[in-house]
Design a protein around this ligand. Structure first.
Ligand code: URA
Length: 254
């Protein structure tokens, strides 16, 4: 069997086998000349070099350095379509951390999370439990906008989550309120539906920070009938926070 034929079969992923009579058969086989090989085959692709493995930097101990790292991040393809990164906003001494999914179009334009219609509803939800927006810290699972607001891909989340973990380590919030399925499922590493995750007190990370789940404000804009359940969640979170700051245990699930 000629070397070109072997290369052709190899390129198509076809196993080569040689019969016991191979020498005689091979002698009888017509040789393939380079002119008979289609250009696509003669230009067999050389395998692309494997991409360098992604190694996240060790966590930063400093907010400005972390902000610069996020702004310079090219760890996934979202850096090619973003206008700017959306680091997060608020009081870096806040007791409450609110976590959403990812920037939308308006957030990508302004560089701040929750500034569109969903943001206005989030502000109202927070105010309803006595929390003006500027008293909390607001961040997202992703720091860059997914094109057309599609769901984050698992690889995008895994590349971006170290930034959020670093923010949580710096902030040391007393409580986290995750809004929406994407934030809840990624923080809890589960694919359980939101309905099963809300109404319970969870914890996040090694510090076992109390974590409460509620609906995303964009969902509530589409489904106002669930605002009542969101209100229950907010009261539940407020009670958990009160218990933690009073030095006691957070409330149970009842
Ligand atoms: N939705 C989110 O989850 N986060 C934002 O910042 C804006 C909309």
């Amino acid at each position: 069997m000629g070397p070109l034929r072997n290369a052709y079969l190899d390129a198509l992923g076809i196993d080569r086998w040689v019969s016991r009579n191979a020498p005689a058969e091979v002698a009888a086989m017509p040789e393939i000349s380079p002119a008979q090989v289609s250009p696509a085959v003669s230009r067999l692709p050389t395998p692309a070099p494997a991409p360098a493995p992604f190694v996240p930097l060790p966590p930063s101990g400093d907010w400005s350095e972390l902000r610069e790292r996020v702004a310079a991040c090219t760890a996934c393809d979202l850096c090619k379509t973003r206008t700017q990164t959306v680091f997060g906003v608020g009081n870096t001494r806040a007791e409450w951390l609110i976590i959403g999914e990812a920037p939308g179009a308006e957030e990508d334009r302004q560089g701040e999370p929750f500034v569109g219609r969903a943001g206005q509803l989030l502000n109202a939800m927070l105010l309803a439990i006595g929390l003006p927006r500027e008293t909390v810290f607001i961040a997202n699972i992703l720091k860059c906008r997914p094109p057309a607001n599609r769901d984050p891909k698992p690889e995008e989340v895994s590349r971006c989550l170290p930034f959020l973990s670093n923010q949580i380590a710096l902030l040391k919030p007393k409580i986290i309120l995750a809004v929406g399925r994407i934030a809840a499922q990624n923080l809890l590493a589960t694919d359980a539906p939101l309905a099963r995750l809300r109404g319970k007190l969870h914890t996040f990370g090694e510090a076992a920070t109390p974590l409460v789940i509620t609906y995303h404000p964009a969902y509530l804009l589409r489904t106002p009938s669930d605002k009542r359940k969101a209100w229950e969640d907010l009261k539940f979170a407020r009670a958990a926070h009160a218990r933690v700051t009073a030095g006691g245990n957070a409330p149970g699930n009842g």
